[in-house]
Design a protein around this ligand. Structure first.
Ligand code: ZN
Length: 367
């Protein structure tokens, strides 16, 4: 994240996450006279980008592929025309990470939520009973994206007893191996300074169901003043509230926050690797099973079942692991079915073309 080799013309973009890596990737576009910008919002064939010269709006007609996972999304770095009405996004730099979810529609196509995210903050409210399965689901999604997850327990002020709070933290830690768990009270301010320090480098995204306290967290990190300033800076000048006009914001303490609306009903999208990381201890135990394809059900010499027997592994964890694996396999199978039907369609078209060509040839010879 060093800005040492970032040229002065793009220095203003460092607050949006620009670094020497992006600078190097961008060099061929700079040679064409294009300028870099980070997508702060996408809206029906257009997007808003943060550039060194301020926020600009650009048309995405040139970079609208058929693959829904390759369309321009919040967090992308793009090469954009320096001027013009309309100006166009000419290319997007290859993504370092990508947040994808399966759509709720019948057609099993992924939906790209955010790009180039370094950290996923999973907001978990302490106002309701902990839903460990839901936390595991969000963590799988986070790991799969390539971002590093962090669990923030919001509304910690509702658990005034420090011992009780430490038990809740421990409960979450058991389902989140290798993940930092941070209780935060946006009301009292406890933990928000730690969180601000954690997110001060790189790009973070907020995940969580509605009511998880995401907006409160975002406001605590952004501060009211900054939001007001950014309202004025918005070039469309319509004075709408920042959170509704932008999904990507530079934080006053450093770092970038992507706050995507409506992350409800998150599904997994080919998140096999992510699931494995969430249940790292089960995969670790499985290496000790006698059979390498052990299903941990009735097999002799099963290390996973032995761990449950000993009380070292909660049975709920194994159930949750199986559930997420099954869900993931279903999504993958649906995708494969779609791919197969596309391949078949393509093959039918080609063979029809081939037959037509052959018929024409024969017809030609007969004549
Ligand atoms: Zn086993």
């Amino acid at each position: 994240m060093s800005s040492a080799s970032v040229s002065s013309s793009t220095l203003a973009l460092t607050s949006y996450g620009w670094d020497e890596g992006w600078e190097a990737e961008f060099a061929p576009y700079a040679a064409q006279g294009l300028v870099p910008g980070r997508v702060v919002r996408v809206d029906r064939g257009q997007c808003d980008l943060a550039t060194a010269a301020g926020t600009v709006r650009a048309d995405t007609a040139f970079v609208t592929p058929h693959d829904p996972l390759r369309v321009v999304c919040t967090g992308d770095w793009a090469a954009v025309d320096p001027a013009g009405h309309p100006r166009y996004v000419r290319a997007c730099l290859p993504r370092r990470t990508a947040f994808v979810r399966s759509t709720s529609s019948q057609r099993s196509e992924g939906q790209i939520l955010a790009a180039n995210v370094d950290r996923a903050i999973v907001a978990v409210p302490l106002s309701t009973e902990l839903d460990l399965g839901r936390i595991e689901r969000f963590l799988a999604l986070a790991w799969e994206s390539g971002a590093e997850p962090l669990v923030v327990l919001t509304k910690a002020d509702l658990v005034p007893d420090p011992v009780g709070l430490s038990y809740l933290v421990q409960d979450v830690e058991t389902v989140a191996p290798g993940v930092q768990v941070l209780p935060v009270s946006a009301v009292g301010g406890d933990g928000t300074d730690v969180l601000a320090a954690v997110v001060s480098g790189g790009t973070s995204v907020l995940l969580g169901t509605s009511g998880a306290g995401k907006s409160t967290l975002a406001n605590a990190l952004l501060g009211e003043d900054v939001m007001a300033v950014q309202d004025v800076r918005d070039t469309d000048g319509k004075g709408r509230h920042t959170t509704t006009t932008r999904n990507l914001l530079a934080l006053p303490g450093g770092g970038v926050l992507i706050d995507t609306p409506g992350l409800r009903g998150v599904g997994l999208w080919d998140a096999g690797t992510g699931v494995g990381q969430v249940f790292a201890e089960i995969e670790e135990l499985a290496r000790g099973c006698r059979f390498h394809d052990c299903a941990h059900r009735t097999e002799p010499g099963c290390a996973v079942l032995a761990a449950i027997e000993e009380g070292a592994l909660p049975e709920r964890r194994l159930d949750s692991y199986r559930k997420l694996l099954r869900e993931n396999q279903r999504i993958v199978a649906k995708t494969d079915a779609r791919l197969r039907s596309e391949i078949l369609k393509d093959w039918k078209r080609r063979s029809a073309e081939g037959r037509a060509a052959l018929d024409a040839k024969r017809g030609g010879r007969n004549r």
